[in-house]
Design a protein around this ligand. Structure first.
Ligand SMILES: C[S@@+](CC[C@H](N)C(=O)[O-])C[C@H]1O[C@@H](n2cnc3c(N)ncnc32)[C@H](O)[C@@H]1O
Length: 344
């Protein structure tokens, strides 16, 4: 059986086949995520992964209206889509896009001159804009330079990584971030190949992995799928950025504000789940200690169970099939739930 996080690998994130002028886009769990944020009149929300702007647009369409959407995306290509959205009637002063890594969320919120926010949404991974834009090098389906950076303006590319990292590091990346069983074999093959000539394109890497791993004829996924996932996660330091943004989001949320995170594979979801569990704990004393002495005050409360796309969403957008959404609520300084008008 294909692990769910890899089953959808070459296709995570929102899609591009809806005739919406914001960018032909099917946003995953669009209504459910915005509902989970529990938008309030005049409230300010962070969309930490603006992408095609599907979630941001729905937030801006709320009636009665919310206040500001502070949008973040590391990808410069999000700019024109945000401009389009900001130009729609009534939106002009209510959407601000920051070209930043979402791990800088606290400083972005400060720059937006908003002391606290009412909700933070993260729809992780890459968008179909990025995946389907062959030139970005995210997919083995398109021959392109091996780039894979969300932020085109800086940082190392996947080509830098495969042509410079030692075999040990490459194997660790493939194993940790791709759960690739043949990690050592592929890493050694990469090192041998680059001694002859550097590996510069998606096709060169994909065919090298295919040759090394024996073709994977019987698998439903391409043999290079795990390698591509692993390199993308490493290039963008995705798991570290996620851990940072969860801490930052908790720091900027107003009591009663919501944190809503949509993950697309188990590596991400595990981090989100454990973070919410840890921040919800009321005692961190050793289990064999008879009396609690830690005075821990939880900062988050879990809201409901994880949510997955409905059958009708899956039928409309098969690429949403591995999405899982977790919701948590910021507690007050005494660790108590804050009751806001809408109890959903
Ligand atoms: C799945 S898409 C979001 C789609 C969006 N919710 C929509 O409705 O169109 C994820 C987006 O997050 C961005 N992204 C991923 N990791 C990021 C990070 N660490 N910092 C900033 N942006 C990031 C990607 O560039 C991509 O555009």
């Amino acid at each position: 059986m294909i692990p769910p996080h890899l089953d959808s690998l070459d296709s995570s994130g929102p899609q591009l086949n809806d005739p919406d002028p914001v960018g032909n886009h099917i946003t995953v769990l669009r209504e459910a995520a915005v509902r989970a944020l529990r938008p309030t009149v005049g409230g300010n929300y962070v969309d930490g992964t603006f992408g095609g702007g599907g979630h941001a647009q729905l937030l801006l369409e709320q009636d009665p209206p919310i206040g500001l959407v502070i949008a973040i995306d590391a990808d410069l290509d999000a700019g024109p889509r945000a401009e389009f959205l900001a130009d729609l009637p009534g939106n002009s002063c209510r959407l601000r896009l920051f070209h930043r890594n979402f791990r800088d969320l606290e400083s972005v919120v400060e720059e937006a001159s908003v002391p606290e926010v009412d909700g933070v949404l993260l729809d992780l991974g890459l968008s179909s804009f990025q995946l389907d834009q062959g030139v970005r090098g995210f997919s083995y389906r398109h021959d392109a330079p091996l780039d894979m950076r969300f932020d085109q303006t800086g940082g190392i590319t996947a080509a830098d990584l495969v042509n410079t990292a030692d075999a040990e590091d490459l194997a660790r990346i493939l194993w940790q971030f791709g759960e690739e069983k043949q990690s050592r074999r592929i890493a050694s093959a990469i090192v041998r190949e680059r001694e002859k000539s550097p590996i510069r394109t998606t096709s060169e890497l994909a065919s090298l992995v295919q040759r090394t791993s024996g073709g994977g004829q019987r698998s439903r996924i391409h043999p290079a799928t795990r390698t591509f996932q692993a390199l993308r996660i490493a290039v963008n330091a995705e798991l570290d950025a996620l851990a940072d943004v969860l801490r930052a989001a908790t720091a900027v949320l107003v009591p009663g504000g919501r944190l809503v995170v949509i993950s697309f594979h188990s590596l991400e979801d595990r981090i989100v789940k454990r973070f919410i569990e840890a921040e919800s704990r009321i005692c961190v004393c050793p289990p064999d200690q008879p009396i609690c002495t830690c005075d821990t005050i939880p900062r988050l409360g879990r809201v409901g169970k994880p949510i997955r796309p409905s059958g009708s969403e899956l039928a409309l957008n098969p690429r949403s099939r591995s999405a899982i959404m977790r919701v948590a609520e910021r507690l007050d300084r005494n660790g108590n739930v804050v009751h806001r008008g809408n109890s959903e």
